[in-house]
Write a protein that binds this ligand. Structure first.
Ligand code: M6R
Length: 609
């Protein structure tokens, strides 16, 4: 959600800024802009719409000379998408240019204060308040002005700042919104996410809340909230550049769907040794596991859907009460937690604002927090008592696929680890679960072998107005995710229902030719699902059934189209059944000509509430 880049060095800034912003396009945006110090002052160019529009205006950056600059892709929160509301925002006197991710919650109060003192505003944004305050508090020392501003603003921010009086510096500060500093040779960078700078450097420093960085071409200095100088550790990013490129695929989403077997292998293999689950990073002791009286899983979107699968696995194996909640609800209710409650936070990005707030709420109420996160060093990872990384590599497409698969894999590891530590599950049963978990990457690869069947099916239904997904138990959990995948990238209206709930209302939506996708992999309730399939077919629905290979023949007799997946432990079934449905969403969106990797109105990382 919004993207920030900044450059100081010896090369031209604008081409790098445009390139960096292009690498952040996946985060979602509706306008873009850059500010460069051009030898005489700050020169700002910004425009509503795609980055290609800005790139055209700047002729790839050639028309904006200068070696210090900041750039931004904006996803509108305060003020409509427009040229004037785009970032960088510039102060009244033209001294400061600012790019900002996040939301300044008290901006109106601050704006009114400045208006009363004669400051003139041109935009509707909260960000302009920051630019204006910087100039208002500036007495010749930018660092001091930044310090005064961050004492007054409330909310979340990652800020890139340049000042006409300091033409050789870029300033950066953050709170509750990610920002990294990239360290190069004779050049340094800021970015809201790693892909923006990966072509230049793998050495990065992460800013913590309210830490300030001052970048010059030959070095970076850091200050803490107390304005004392700081030493920051340097991390080396382990991904290679290719991991953040399309690598011959038309879209990141297809690349990431196809990467799932490998990603699963990386998540699972190092954590199973000599027939045991080994979670080196987990500090939770066997004694503490025994004390757990309740488990909550809290997350948003796809990560929440992982929680819905987890509930079935936890209750089956651990017999512990469990609740799954979306973070935006959890953070504002009054959940009953104590020191024996385990709260599992799931987030690909590790920066989702609602999920982070839920984590803080859980900690405030005394619970122990374990997070499952993909982005190493993200805020959620840093603030949790325990963190297990999914090691999926960068996920660029807005629609989450390999993150979902690897989050599920970590959930299976956690539940089996806890069962192993509790020692209640018979040894033979545990061994069978571990064997299935180790087969999962190969079985996922097998599900990817038959893309053509799904492509053909998509070609018949990509014009549908509505689609419905039904399932029971873990198949219901997979239905939720399949339905989200389809609607977010193809814009087709779709809902997921439990098979048993249909006759309580939703069945009235069916008419001749309505497409229903019935996930029927959960063996114990297969016959119940067949009854549901008959019910929908009797109302004229066309049904695609998904089941395990052993049930193929029965399914063939009941449904119009079929797709079969290998058999595996019940609670792991969604890891396989979701694959044809990710492909289905992809092909439908592709046939409709949708912008698959950057669906409208969506952002990869939702860092505002
Ligand atoms: O980074 P997170 O896992 O916290 O993100 C949560 C959701 O915003 C995310 O899963 C979203 O629903 C995806 N676009 C789904 O494909």
């Amino acid at each position: 959600m919004c993207g920030i880049v900044g450059y100081v060095g010896e090369e031209q800034a604008a081409p790098f800024l445009l390139n960096g912003l292009q690498k952040l396009e996946y985060r979602g945006y509706d306008s873009a802009g850059v500010a460069v110090y051009n030898g005489t002052g700050l020169h700002v160019v910004k425009s509503k719409g795609r980055l290609s529009v800005l790139d055209g205006i700047l002729e790839g950056g050639r028309t904006l000379p200068g070696v210090v600059g900041i750039g931004h892709t904006r996803w509108a929160t305060h003020g409509a998408p427009s040229d004037v509301n785009s970032h960088p925002q510039v102060s009244d006197g033209g001294k400061f240019a600012v790019v900002h991710n996040g939301i300044i919650e008290n901006y109106l109060e601050l704006k009114n204060h400045l208006l009363r003192r004669g400051v003139e505003f041109v935009s509707d944004t909260d960000t302009e308040v920051v630019a204006q305050m910087l100039e208002y508090y500036y007495r010749g020392d930018v660092l001091e002005a930044i310090g005064r501003v961050i004492q007054r603003v409330e909310g979340s921010y990652a800020l890139g700042i340049i000042c006409a009086d300091c033409p050789e510096k870029v300033f950066a500060v953050r709170k509750d919104s990610p920002l990294i500093i990239g360290l190069g040779q004779g050049e340094n960078f800021i970015a809201s996410d790693i892909p923006a700078i990966l072509s230049k450097t793998r050495d990065i420093c992460r800013l913590r809340d309210k830490e300030i960085a001052v970048l010059e071409k030959d070095g970076v200095k850091f200050w803490g909230e107390d304005m004392e100088p700081l030493e920051k550790p340097v991390e080396t990013v382990q991904w290679d550049v290719a991991a953040a490129e399309k690598g011959g695929y038309e879209h990141f989403m297809m690349k990431e769907i196809c990467e799932q077997p490998e990603a699963l292998r990386k998540t699972i293999s190092p954590r199973i040794r000599e027939g045991k689950i080994v979670l080196d990073d987990m500090k939770l002791t066997a004694e503490q596991i025994k004390q757990i009286n309740k488990v909550f899983i809290v997350a948003c979107g796809t990560s929440y859907h992982v929680g819905v699968v987890a509930k079935y696995a936890f209750e089956k194996l651990l017999k512990v009460p469990m609740e799954v909640d979306v973070a935006s609800e959890f953070r504002y209710r009054e959940p009953i937690l104590d020191e024996n409650t385990l709260v599992i936070i799931i987030s690909q990005s590790g920066e989702t604002a609602d999920t982070l707030a839920a984590l803080r709420e859980a900690k405030k109420r005394g619970a122990r927090v374990l997070s499952i996160v993909n982005v190493v060093g993200s805020t959620i990872a840093n603030e949790s008592d325990d963190v297990l990384y999914t090691w999926a590599g960068p996920e660029i497409a807005v629609a989450s696929t390999k993150a979902y698969s690897t989050q599920l894999a970590v959930i299976y590891l956690v539940v089996l680890y806890m069962a192993q530590e509790l020692g209640h599950t018979p040894a033979g049963e545990m061994a069978a679960y571990l064997e299935d978990l180790q087969r999962l990457p190969d079985l996922a690869a097998a599900c990817l072998m038959d893309k053509e069947t799904i492509q053909y099916f998509a070609s018949k239904y990509f014009n549908a107005r509505d689609m419905y997904f039904i399932g029971r138990n873990v198949d219901y959990a997979a239905s939720l995710e399949a339905s989200l995948k389809l609607k977010e990238i193809s814009y087709i209206h779709s809902e997921a229902y439990t098979g048993g709930e249909l006759k309580h209302g939703p069945i009235s939506l069916l008419e001749d030719g309505t497409l229903v996708i019935a996930i029927c992999t959960y063996g114990r309730l297969f016959d119940k699902m067949m009854s549901n399939v008959r019910e929908v077919k009797a109302r004229g629905a066309v049904v695609l059934g998904i089941t395990t290979r052993d049930k193929e023949e029965t399914l063939r007799q009941q449904t119009d189209y079929q797709f079969c997946i290998p058999k595996i432990t019940d609670f792991m079934l969604p890891s396989l059944s979701i694959i044809p449905l990710q492909l289905f969403a992809y092909y439908v969106a592709s046939m409709k000509g949708c912008d698959i990797d950057k669906p409208r109105n969506l952002a990869k990382s939702v860092t505002v509430e």
